[in-house]
Design a binder for this molecule. Structure first.
Ligand code: NAD
Length: 531
């Protein structure tokens, strides 16, 4: 059987290995997941919370082991793993236990449609069934863990396919679900790469997919999923802009952007890769950012005082180098870094700051996904917004200013899924935020109310027991025609005169209407159409 041997990107030591799942074995796993789903969807919501509560406790108990595994397998510092990989699942589980349960309860529909005034209508939120969760390597714990928590609370089953670069963390995620007491087979792990992902997508039993990864693979996932009409959520790449306005607290902005551009060695979908600075603040900001980036301590991910570890693999280094060379060839100024740190290990790279970036540089257009941040001066806040939007991506953005009015005016103009003011990537940490992007950055949302409703199929049930025939049922008649036409004419040009005169003429007809609807509710509903 084929195996994946995981080596630490920091020092090449073997972290562990897993067996790759032969694609032909995957249909059997899907069948088990489906059987588990048929039972699980009948479990009342308040009972589905119990294993979720135990899962949360397990994460807390095993925090050190999880953080260490992520640090060794993926390369982010252990302390960073504890913060960015473990806090979001804790927050999401709390959100789901309190608000998720409430949001998924059947809910009365307060319809004002005059023709449905005698009805009682309800929304029910039904699970889809079995999902594929196809995950990336850069946040191998928090991304699948939070997605699986929400999927299962909503009554679904799921097969997680982790990245072949971080299979051990993927296996750990699923192990925790099993130990928390979720039904056997409800959450399983499928180890492997593209063939295993494709096998999941080919199955008609898999009804939905949450894919988190790169734009090109996201497109092929959507194409594959379309063949069996699956629900598709795509969380894709980013090229996040930070807009530093002339009135910003420069030191605070530099400190925040230094972190947001270099967290996880820049391998964050929402890391700051482009900074647009109003001219007046440009030089002071560059100096402050250079000073903050210079403080970053590269080192082994398991050392306590490491701020930044290695990148995950050689292909990441090559892209960073290509973007730096391209920027230099087009007049960019390297203010800090620019080189690999082979003395620390093959996959280490200095935090790199490039000033005087121009729009055509690769590093201002393509996702770099590494320890590189590029800065460009702009004449005004409006120009910063225009440039921020002139991108194929639209995941998140940040505005740095002391002026709330300016921030509130500019934020909705930014084409992206979330905006942080005087910070960055806040939406992922707050489970009440919405996570997801626009344009090439993705389709659909995860997290919060809007993310939860993506995982269920709302069903509308409408009940009536008056025994009255609906107005539009057969037989069609001249009378129904007259009534309908009069109603439309009145709505088209409502006037008291017309209302009075015709109401007299239409009185018998209106009486006829009461055979179908209660007059008071109907009149109230109709008045709405006059707006
Ligand atoms: P990737 O697209 O290379 O791989 C993602 C997953 O897809 C992996 O599990 C991979 O094995 C699988 N896969 C590959 N080919 C497939 C196929 N043909 N069919 C089905 N599955 C297939 O991405 P990556 O390198 O693991 O992750 C980095 C990318 O993810 C970056 O672009 C980053 O911005 C993005 N990302 C986005 C978010 C977000 O929330 N928007 C979060 C994290 C990462």
């Amino acid at each position: 059987m084929e195996r994946i041997v995981v080596k630490s990107p920091a020092d090449g030591s073997v972290v562990g290995e897993v067996a790759v799942m032969p694609p032909e074995a995957i249909e059997g796993m899907i069948a088990r997941a489906h059987a588990a789903y048929l039972h699980w969807r009948e479990v009342p919501l308040h009972q589905r919370v119990e294993p979720l509560r135990r899962l949360k406790r397990l994460i807390l108990q095993e925090r050190r082991a999880i953080a260490e595994l992520v640090a060794r397998e993926q390369g982010k510092p252990r302390i960073e793993a504890m913060i960015v990989e473990l806090f979001p699942p804790l927050d999401v589980s709390a959100f789901l236990m309190y608000d998720g349960v409430r949001l998924l309860q059947p809910r009365r529909v307060r319809s004002k449609n005059p023709f449905f005034s005698d009805r009682r209508s309800t929304y029910y939120f039904h699970p889809y069934g079995v999902w594929a969760v196809i995950a990336p390597w850069n946040y191998p714990f928090t991304i699948p863990m939070t997605q699986l928590m929400a999927l299962t609370l909503a009554g679904n089953a799921a097969l997680l396919k982790p990245s072949p670069l971080t299979p051990l963390t993927g296996a750990k995620v699923v192990e925790l679900f099993e130990r928390a007491g979720f039904p056997e087979g409800l959450v399983q792990v499928v180890q492997g790469g593209a063939p295993q992902g494709s096998a999941l997508l080919a199955s008609p039993t898999v009804r939905g997919v949450i894919f988190t990864g790169s734009v090109p693979i996201g497109r092929t996932v959507a194409e594959q999923a379309a063949k069996t009409n699956k629900k598709v959520i795509l969380e894709l790449g980013g090229k996040d802009p930070a807009l530093v306005l002339a009135d910003a607290d420069i030191q605070h902005a530099a400190q925040g952007i230094a972190w947001a551009s270099m967290v996880n060695a820049g391998q964050t979908c929402a890391s700051v890769e482009r900074v647009y600075v109003e001219q007046h603040a440009y030089e002071p900001f560059l100096e402050a950012l250079r000073a903050e980036l210079a403080k970053i301590r590269l080192g082994h991910p398991l050392h306590e005082e490491t701020d930044m570890g290695p990148v995950v693999a050689r292909f990441q280094l090559e892209r960073v180098q290509r973007h730096i060379e391209d920027a230099c060839a087009r007049g960019g100024r390297v203010l800090l870094g620019g080189r690999g740190r082979a003395d620390l290990g093959e996959l280490y790279h200095e935090p790199t700051l490039i000033a005087d970036a121009s729009d055509e540089m690769l590093g201002m257009q393509e996702e770099t996904f590494g320890p590189l941040v590029m800065v460009q001066p702009v004449a005004s806040a409006e120009e910063a917004v225009r440039k921020a939007n002139a991108s194929a991506f639209g995941l998140t953005a940040s505005i740095w200013t002391r002026d709330p009015h300016k921030a509130q005016r500019l934020a909705p103009l930014l084409e992206c899924g979330s905006v942080s003011v005087n910070s960055h990537i806040v939406a992922y940490g707050d489970s009440y935020g919405v996570w997801g992007g626009v344009k090439d950055s993705g389709v659909g949302r995860t997290h919060g109310e809007f993310g939860l409703y993506e995982l269920v199929q709302p069903q509308y049930v409408s009940e009536v027991y008056t025994g009255k025939p609906e107005l539009w049922w057969y037989p069609y008649s001249a009378r129904v025609h007259r009534i309908t036409d009069w109603l439309m004419a009145f709505l088209a040009s409502p006037s008291l005169k017309m209302g009075g005169a015709t109401a007299r003429r239409m009185l018998p007809e209106l009486r006829y209407l009461t055979r179908h609807f209660s007059p008071l509710k109907m009149t109230g509903g109709l008045l709405r159409y006059l707006r």
